[in-house]
Design a protein around this ligand. Structure first.
Ligand SMILES: Cc1cc2nc3c(=O)[nH]c(=O)nc-3n(C[C@H](O)[C@H](O)[C@H](O)COP(=O)(O)O)c2cc1C
Length: 354
């Protein structure tokens, strides 16, 4: 039986228009990535993880993660940390910034995060994990969602104990990436565990891990009972994967389409991060995008070596003259830059100066 991915579902009172969610990915989930995800069928997009300590200290770069575009809703902003009071305060800032959901990270296995007792470490300390969710739920009126791994060790089933407790503590939805922390991204995501978690809780569960095709999305939804699938690595530099998953449209993008999407991505990212940060940040995307569109082999390398992003755009247009017209159309659909929220005008400036 085919599952209809263009069907809405709800996280409490937040309607998510499709059963496809774009994963939070550190170093990837900039606004351009999220907007593009929405255009290609994601019903819900998420920021990368934001440090609650950075928010507490009003770190300017961290506050920048709280920018919410008018065309991004529904949007979750993900926070990480291990102190319930600080996480509660960070949730208030997320709500004030205009996010529809505040997502909490109980899955990150990276040392920088785990050494502070945050991320996946909280699966080993369920009382603290529940206190965090309780404090967040008491602090805001938007729903709290939680993203977790299966546990720390290979074969762990800890998510099945902690998940229902987090729901009792106030989580309105759970996302499970059923790999252990130890696995990082090796092996496979064991979605048998996702099915078990679905049977244990009465809130929507999102299945994350190894969904890269429509066939896989259909199989995961049908066999787990999850409300939605989340796509991460499969969408890096490849929004067309989202289109294939949601609509079964397998058409390979033309060179013009690839160049146009990459150009828009470059320009928007420069606007968000500034030229200096964006030029380094974007390099990995060139390789990801240019796997499609039959670009000559050395082209990718040429782009990576260019210092300025406007030179990258010049090369892209030279290699695919039809792209400029597509970019113009895509840019016309963006919200008016006048409506863009600037950092010093953000609602969270209420909290500034602290
Ligand atoms: C580069 C990268 C960065 C990630 N950053 C985050 C993050 O900030 N927060 C989070 O909850 N998960 C993060 N993840 C995990 C993904 O959200 C997702 O659960 C995982 O990649 C499995 O899905 P996939 O097989 O579709 O990639 C990250 C994954 C990757 C590859």
């Amino acid at each position: 039986m085919q599952v209809n991915l263009r069907e809405s579902w709800w996280i409490r009172d937040v309607e998510v228009p499709t059963r496809l969610v774009l994963a939070p990915m550190a170093g990837v989930s900039v606004q351009a990535f999220r907007r593009q995800g929405r255009r290609y069928g994601a019903g819900l997009v998420c920021s990368e993880m934001v440090s609650c300590a950075g928010l507490e200290h009003r770190n300017e770069r961290t506050l920048g993660y709280l920018r919410v575009g008018a065309d991004e809703h529904p949007l979750a902003i993900q926070i990480f940390g291990s102190d319930p009071a600080v996480m509660a305060e960070a949730s208030r800032m997320v709500e004030a910034a205009g996010a529809d959901l505040v997502d909490v990270n109980f899955g990150c296995p990276v040392r920088k995060v785990t050494k502070t007792g945050a991320g996946v470490m909280l699966l080993d300390d369920p009382d603290r994990a529940c206190s965090i969710v309780e404090a967040m739920a008491a602090a805001v009126s938007i729903p709290i969602s939680v993203k977790l791994r299966r546990g720390l060790e290979n074969g762990s089933r800890v998510c099945l104990d902690v998940g229902p407790r987090l729901v009792e503590a106030g989580a309105a939805s759970l996302t499970l990436h059923p790999r252990s922390a130890k696995q990082m991204y090796t092996g496979v995501a064991d979605h048998h565990l996702t099915a078990e978690l679905v049977s244990l809780v009465d809130v929507p569960v999102v299945a994350s891990g190894d969904v890269t095709s429509r066939a896989r999305a259909q199989a995961v939804l049908a066999t787990t009972g999850a409300a939605a699938v989340m796509v991460g690595r499969g969408a890096q530099g490849n929004p067309w994967a989202l289109r294939e998953i949601i609509d079964g449209d397998c058409a390979e993008p033309t060179r013009e389409e690839v160049a146009a999407e990459l150009t828009l991505f470059v320009r928007e990212t420069v606007r968000e991060l500034g030229e200096h940060r964006a030029s380094g940040f974007l390099k990995k995307f060139y390789g990801w995008y240019l796997g499609r569109g039959r670009f000559p082999r050395p082209f990718k390398q040429e782009l990576v070596q260019l210092a300025a992003t406007d030179e990258v755009v010049t090369r892209l247009f030279a290699a695919s003259p039809g792209a400029a017209e597509i970019v113009e159309r895509l840019e016309a659909e963006l919200p008016d830059p006048q409506d863009e929220i600037l950092l010093d005008q953000m609602p969270i400036s209420l909290y500034g100066g602290g």
